[in-house]
Design a protein around this ligand. Sequence first.
Ligand code: NAP
Length: 290
Amino acid sequence: MIKRLCIIGVGLIGGSLARALKAVHGCEEIVGAGRSSKALDEALALGVIDRAETDLARAVAGAEVILLGVPVGAVEAVLRQIQPHLAPATIITDVGSTKGSVVAAAEAVFGCLPPRFIPGHPIAGTEKSGVGASFAELFQQRKVILTPGADADPQALETVRWIWQQAGAEVCEMSVRHHDEVLAATSHLPHVLAFTLVDTLARLEDHDDIFRYAAGGFRDFTRIASSNPQMWHDICINNRDALLLMLKRFSHELDCLAEAIATGDGANLLASFERAKAARDSYCDKHSSP
Ligand code: NAP
């Protein structure tokens, strides 16, 4: 059992982890910390945290584990604020969607990735934000990727692994670089496409009619365009290289498809759609939640 867990940024992800740990009595005390007392008051009222602090020095005092649940663009500033108040034994982890930027932020503040800082990323979420949208089951049977450094403290790694397992997740490890490349392809690119599609259509002259007659396919494809714009701005900027590679690759494929349509090259078009259908059907067969 964790004696005191401090969650800085009690939103969808931080709040869901707090709820999950409370459900299994995994922590004696959960301290929630953040910029605004309004969001923290809501977390207290919902019973997600036991104590709220807007002063980060007070928040991290005596914490066995600190979890950063803030947008990746805020990680370095938060680390700078807590750094003078950290006890040597304290374990730090995070949930940021980009790992290279989080490691770079830690290096900028501490001079290196501290052995007791275990970067992490739950591969689970929704398009909603804030503690009001959090729920204890969010991480059940979902993967959590940890990207520990070469000299990570084994006990810190085990503790972070244990926390996510208590929340029902399957924990795996990956290099920072591989994480950022994989997530650029499977998460960051689809979000950029969904945002761009909706924005493109919304700026067409007859957009009212377009949205009026949109059906299930449009809703399915664009659900993630309802995600938090600031959070996704941070993710795109902080995974620039890997995301740009995927965007270039995708733009090229889109150009080829446009060429096939323009020239009436039905064979090429059909081959592309058949490959995509086979790949998605196989993905859905292997993974229970499509
Ligand atoms: P969220 O619901 O918007 O929560 C973010 C939390 O961070 C809020 O408590 C917010 O509090 C605080 N915060 C925002 N900006 C801040 C700043 N500049 N300085 C300090 N605190 C700040 O977001 P989330 O969905 O939980 O995402 C949190 C992290 O999880 C992000 O790093 C994201 O990349 C990662 N993640 C998200 C998902 C997803 O699907 N949503 C999935 C996996 C990982 P106040 O604004 O009230 O101060």
